[in-house]
Design a protein around this ligand. Structure first.
Ligand SMILES: *[C@@H]1O[C@H](CO)[C@@H](O)[C@H](O)[C@H]1NC(C)=O
Length: 198
């Protein structure tokens, strides 16, 4: 016998009805069970409340951790406003913004306020062609070196690097020779705390 849409509908109706009856029975059986419990048994609600209290404690800890992480915001952008830059001294970039006050505008050095993963970027546009080494220095040692080399044209180069940083680590940029720069929008140093350690 083939199911017509009508008999299908009937079948669905009765199956739903039976399911509802069974559910009602099971629910009242549960209630009866609770009522028949011995007086020294722990109340089932106590277990629920204690589990919820545990969940709440864990959630509170996670919220606190998130609030702490949110408080650790570090990002700076410093642009070059002077033309002539001496060799082997921190390039005197001036901060445009300095979230977390990590960039020291007098020393032209970034001092990491927090440990974590940072990304640094720098771009240089020389006023004269030739060979130039541009180093990101970390605590006095070269972290990464960018070589700008074009015998014919003034050349703009940029570099970006991820660093694992301990709070107090110091970063700055140096040239290996005296340089005349295109300043303004052309040359900058920036850094961002991507992920703070706990
Ligand atoms: C390099 O820049 C300087 C200053 O803007 C300019 O006088 C010179 O012509 C440029 N040199 C080349 C090769 O473009």
């Amino acid at each position: 016998m083939q199911d017509t849409p009508h008999t299908m509908e009937n079948r669905v109706f009765w199956l739903t009805f039976i399911a509802l009856v069974i559910r009602t029975e099971v629910t009242s059986a549960n209630v009866g069970h609770v009522m028949r419990k011995r007086s020294d048994d722990p109340h089932p609600l106590e277990a629920v409340v204690s589990r919820l209290a545990q969940d709440l404690t864990q959630l509170q800890a996670r919220v606190t951790a998130l609030e702490n992480a949110k408080g650790k915001r570090v990002a700076f952008l410093a642009m070059e406003t002077t033309e002539g830059v001496k060799a082997h001294v921190p390039i005197p970039f001036s901060p445009v913004f300095n979230l977390g006050n990590g960039y020291d505008p007098q020393l032209h050095v970034f001092v990491a306020p927090y440990s974590g993963i940072y990304i640094f970027n720098f771009q240089i546009f020389c006023n004269q062609p030739g060979d130039l080494l541009v180093d990101l220095i970390k605590n006095g040692h070269i972290a990464v070196r960018m070589r700008v080399f074009d015998q014919t044209y003034n050349t703009s180069e940029a570099s970006s690097v991820t660093q694992q940083v301990t709070s107090g680590d110091r970063f700055w940029i140096v040239f290996d020779r005296d340089v005349s720069l295109h300043n303004g929008v052309h040359s900058f140093f920036s850094g961002t705390l991507v992920s703070a350690d706990d």
